[in-house]
Design a protein around this ligand. Structure first.
Ligand code: NAD
Ligand code: UDP
Length: 323
């Protein structure tokens, strides 16, 4: 990997001890930058950044983004927010506060520092979409008072704040709409579908499909996503997003369950459970805009990415077993 010492920056990553944030930090350090990770460890874990403990260009701060933060940096990536429905519904008021107050605090910091700021937004801004696949021009179909609203509306409001800071204060913003992403360092118990199915399959426990499994998702491997983050952040000031980031390969949840069983050689049976309220029936990114603007295309297919993720969870399970 090329080292860019001549253009070294100090970069703040909020939510950096989480799944995606920790991969982003690895990539930024690899590029020669200094990184400050601010995280309250609600869903993230020190295990994800343990390997950076003695890294001379890395610093960890336990900090909740709903409170102001005073640091001096050249760029900000704002990722702090629980992403799994189980976790963001655990304390929904805190979820909205994290998205909205967190955005206000980080935007205020970026305004004082006159620095670029990246927002990890989400395909959930499209809600239960009636336009398929979803282009950035689609305004979405979101229930404002349901159990997913704390996350969906929080992230929508954060996007509004980003664009108002851009229009009102000339801030350089980069808004990414991330579709379902998976890979090593997902929390094994975070309740998302990829981690649940793999953990269940590896332990030969029943695979829990919610509903009849005909709902669809499109799964992006984390390395592909990080490449898109870096390319978006490197764009000129006039590029603001929002830009969809995801893999357009679309699978039913039943197909995912079958694939995981096959790849793990599991004896698990598939069982069906009640579907949670407002669970989107279909989701697939239209990625024409990012392809054209950033020349970005996901490279890792589901079979390959699941293989690497299964290896990661197998290691976690073998560490837990008494020797
Ligand atoms: P994650 O839960 O692994 O990481 C989120 C991190 O934010 C954790 O380390 C957590 O401790 C931290 N955090 C939560 N609340 C905080 C607060 N108030 N102050 C400081 N830190 C806080 O989730 P992830 O999958 O890595 O998601 C990262 C970001 O990407 C989130 O903003 C999420 O909404 C967004 N996103 C993720 C996906 C996905 O499929 N993984 C999809 C769309 C959007
Ligand atoms: N899901 C499932 N079994 C599980 C976990 C999730 O069938 O053990 C389904 C869930 O109902 C949804 C899809 O898988 O339809 C994706 O869920 P996830 O929580 O990963 O993310 P979402 O895209 O819903 O935010």
């Amino acid at each position: 990997m090329a080292r860019l010492y001549d253009s070294r920056k100090r970069i703040l990553v909020t939510g950096g001890a989480g799944f995606i944030g920790s991969h982003l930090i690895d990539r930024l350090l690899d590029l020669g930058h200094e990184v400050i990770c601010a995280d309250n460890l609600f869903t993230g874990t020190k295990r994800n950044i343990d390997h950076l403990h003695n890294h001379p260009r890395f610093e960890f701060m336990r900090h909740d983004v709903t409170f102001p933060l005073y640091v001096e940096v050249d760029e900000i990536y704002n990722l702090a927010c629980p992403a799994s429905p189980v976790h963001y519904q655990h304390d929904p008021v805190q979820t909205t506060k994290t998205s909205v107050h967190g955005a206000i605090n980080m935007l205020g910091l970026a305004k004082r520092l006159k620095c670029k700021i990246f927002q990890a937004s989400t395909s959930e801004v499209y809600g239960d979409p009636v336009v398929h696949p979803q282009p950035e021009t689609y305004w979405g179909n979101v229930n404002p008072v349901g159990i997913r609203s704390c996350y969906d509306e929080g992230k929508r409001c954060a996007e509004t704040l980003f664009f108002d800071y851009h229009r009102q204060h000339g801030l350089q913003i980069k808004v990414a709409r991330i579709f379902n992403t998976y890979g090593p360092r997902m929390h094994p118990a975070d309740g998302r579908v990829v981690s649940n199915f793999i953990m269940q399959a590896l332990q030969h426990d029943p695979i829990t499909i919610y509903g009849d499994g005909s709902q669809t998702r499109s799964f992006c491997y984390v390395d592909d996503l990080i490449e898109a983050f870096i390319r978006l952040m490197a764009t000129d000031d006039d590029v603001t997003g929002p830009l969809n980031m995801g893999n357009p390969g679309e699978f039913t949840i039943k197909e995912l369950a079958e694939k995981v069983v096959q790849l793990t050689g599991s004896r698990s049976e598939i069982v069906y459970r009640e579907i949670p309220a407002d669970d989107p029936k279909q989701r697939c990114p239209d990625i024409s805009k990012i392809k054209q603007m950033l020349d970005w295309d996901p490279k890792v297919d589901l079979q390959q990415g699941l293989g690497w993720t299964i290896d990661y969870f197998s290691n976690i399970l073998s560490e837990r077993r008494p020797s």
